[in-house]
Design a protein around this ligand. Sequence first.
Ligand code: ZN
Length: 292
Amino acid sequence: MHIRRILIPAIALFMLHSLAVAAPPLRALIVDGQNNHAWKETTPVLKRLLEQSGRFTVEVATAPAKGQDMSGFQPDFSKYAVVVSNYNGEPWSAQTQAAFEQYVKNGGGFVSYHAADNSFPQWKEYSLMTAVGGWENRTTEKFGPRVRYKDGKVVLDSSPARCGNHGARLPFQVVMRDAKNPIAKGLPPEWTHAADELYDSLCGPAESLTVLGTAHSEPSNHGTGEEEPMLMTIRYGKGRVFHTTLGHDVAAMQCVGFITTLQRGAEWAATGKVTVKVPKDFPTATSASVRK
Ligand code: ZN
């Protein structure tokens, strides 16, 4: 009896506290099914990380494999507060593309995760949502300028180049460039990301774009010597887009910096606000922090 008296109130208090502060969960949809990355490994991690934020219930819509009939892939995007893309593959049907455009235009949230910004080079509205992308036959600057960060501001570079490149996977520092943004608020101004691909030379329309975080692309690792955008937000119609270039594989996704910015970025895309706290184990300027 004594033990129960001690334990139960403690558990009950904890649960009551959780109930009192928890906003109703937001519905998130992850889309996958084709990718030049290991989407079957990374989608369950994305799902778990979003659920662990305490803000989301998560469903997954898997498109048919390459070469299969796409016409039946018609997720009802409008049911969700945010759509997270882990898809880089063949075009969706015209109907599904139009439904996705309407969804974001009308205020839906969208998170472009890592190679999702490689997808759909010919789909103009999608390029407006992601602002920049790379690879997949983006062989010239006609796909749009590259985004640089110089002297405290975003600079667009339209000189001839291929779009999309990265060096070997190494740890690198992310420098936050907009401390007032709800996603960035409270993060250290610089933090070390676990070993990952550092995307460089992404190009695209780059409209309605805010660069939240950059990283220095190191020439000694096949980079550009430029400050390249890593974390971005984009406005598309009434919709909010969070674009993270990070998270090539499960190891990179274990970085607490990746986890926190994904959770906060998805919440911001869904609601325009951020309640997910910056955790105590967030990386510092000089040391990475991973959760195995
Ligand atoms: Zn990758």
